[in-house]
Design a protein around this ligand. Structure first.
Ligand code: MN
Length: 496
């Protein structure tokens, strides 16, 4: 995915002139040391850039204005080493357009019991300086992330890294362009929604492009390019019998490769970050894109089927947040249940388009008939997913707001071989249990489409919801239906 080192967070320390040059010089030094430490930390995937200590309303206003317009700056870390009277921050915070992390730390980890004097106390007073700053942000009703602890502690560095990942995902959506080939699948409700509101909230735009324009690009792909890509398929995947060069069904593989290359060129040329299509609008295409969409997702594009632009954008956002982490993120659909009291399971899959970034082992490339779409048999990658904790994330349009819904799940190994199932699949157990998890999801209006993540946590999504200012509903091991139903009712009042 993306190299997150292209992004910066600015480390801004607040103080005031009261302390005199000597103290302010030490504040500056300490802040530089902390910023450099975070910049070097492996858990922080972005650059951390030290900025000179701010001591007046104008300095604060100016640095925030600068951060707002700096292209690669995705957020601010603020820390009050000393006391920074917070009315000085009002004008600056009023124009802040980037996420803020309030680092509540202290340069010294331990109190130097034998040496501590009033000079030490005056220099190391974030314990109250940060409370003054915190009040101002709360008074102004500003969302932010607060992280508490000594700056060298793992949970602090990891927390900063996690926040930075989310800030990168948010930043990437701002101005992001998504393609909708055709419209929504006819009559489907949850995949539809308000694209204007989405652009105002998340910053990404969704616009329609004619499938014919994509087909024109597909038709221009050269035989040499197709030969190179089918060779890449043969190398990367287990080709089903007949798909190999000279095989009886090799033409299907060539057609699929042509579609993939057309998609890739269309998305690259238009500088798009993701797309959605629908099997109801494939005019001029030989197959519904299967392996092509799967591989576009693996390359980092957002995707969801049937016109579901919201899930496509979420898949993209999660992929950016997870850049460089082991595991993957995919478009997903709750497909079929195993209602066995001894082993309740959800089988997640889609007609074709599950991202191989979540695969366990080498996927097989297969061609099978597809009952809908009315096209030739599409090539798709078939695989299982590994066991482990995962998330399903759904973005739903409630009419007056967006709701992000998360269900923590436990993916489990497929113990059966499923020899006749011609699609990639994942098996999982929803938290807290099948009955509660599924009922909670349905009460919360969660879609059948989700973004499935193996490498992000609920806290990433919580941070994201706060950054963009949308509702978050979490279904986890502590969920009870009575509590959840109340939460949904209270949210209705909150967002009225
Ligand atoms: Mn679907």
């Amino acid at each position: 995915m993306l190299d997150l080192k292209q992004f910066e967070v600015w480390f801004i320390t607040g103080s005031q002139h009261l302390y005199g040059e000597d103290t302010l010089r030490q504040v500056d030094e300490h802040s530089q040391i902390i910023a450099h430490y975070l910049d070097d930390a492996a858990q922080v995937p972005v650059r951390v850039i030290f900025k000179p200590v701010v001591k007046s309303p104008d300095e604060i206003y100016n640095i925030i204005q600068e951060a707002n317009s700096a292209t690669h700056c995705i957020g601010i870390i603020a820390w009050m080493h000393t006391f920074s009277p917070a009315k000085m921050w009002i004008r600056g915070l009023q124009i802040l357009q980037k996420p803020l992390l309030h680092l509540h730390t202290q340069y010294n980890r331990d109190i130097p019991w034998a040496e501590i004097d009033m000079d030490f106390m005056n220099l190391n007073q974030s314990a109250h300086g940060d409370r003054e700053f915190g009040f101002m942000m709360t008074r102004m009703r500003l969302n932010r992330k607060v992280i508490v602890g000594h700056w060298q502690q793992d949970h602090v560095v990891e927390g900063i890294g996690q926040w930075a990942r989310v800030a990168a995902g948010r930043h990437d959506l701002k101005g992001g362009k998504f393609v909708r080939f055709g419209d929504n699948m006819r009559e489907v409700a949850v995949t539809d929604g308000d694209k204007v509101a989405a652009e105002m909230t998340f910053g990404f735009s969704v616009n329609t492009y004619a499938v014919g324009d994509l087909v024109a690009v597909i038709n221009q792909v050269s035989d040499a390019e197709i030969a190179a890509l089918t060779a890449e398929y043969a190398d990367a995947y287990q080709l089903a019998a007949g798909l190999e060069t000279g095989g009886l069904r090799h033409q299907a593989l060539r057609d699929a490769a042509r579609i993939e290359l057309g998609l890739k060129y269309f998305l690259t040329d238009g500088n798009f970050k993701g797309y959605t299509n629908t099997f109801e609008d494939l005019h001029g295409m030989k197959q519904l894109p299967g392996i092509g969409s799967q591989r576009m997702m693996a390359a980092g594009y957002g995707y969801a089927g049937e016109g579901d632009w919201k899930t496509s954008a979420m898949v993209r956002a999660l992929k950016v947040m997870a850049s460089g982490l082991p595991g993957g993120n995919s478009f997903m659909e709750d497909y079929t249940y195993h209602f066995n009291p001894a082993n309740n399971l959800v089988l997640g899959s889609h007609m074709l388009e599950i991202c191989p970034s979540i695969a366990k082992g080498k996927p097989s490339a297969e061609v099978h008939a597809l009952g809908i779409g009315g096209k030739e048999d599409p090539v798709r990658l078939v695989f299982n997913a590994p066991a482990g904790p995962a998330l399903n994330v759904s973005l739903v349009d409630m009419g007056n707001r967006f709701r992000l819904l998360v269900n923590e799940v436990e993916a489990v190994e497929a113990t059966e071989s499923l020899p006749k199932l011609p699609v990639a699949r994942v098996l999982w157990k929803p938290q807290p249990d099948m009955q509660t998890g599924c009922a909670a999801w349905i009460y919360a209006g969660g879609a059948h489409h989700t973004a499935f993540s193996q490498n992000l946590t609920t806290e990433h999504i919580e941070t994201f919801a706060e950054m963009v200012g949308v509702e978050l509903v979490v279904i986890d091991k502590n969920t009870t239906l009575r509590q959840l139903k109340n939460e949904l009712r209270w949210s209705e009042a909150y967002y009225r």
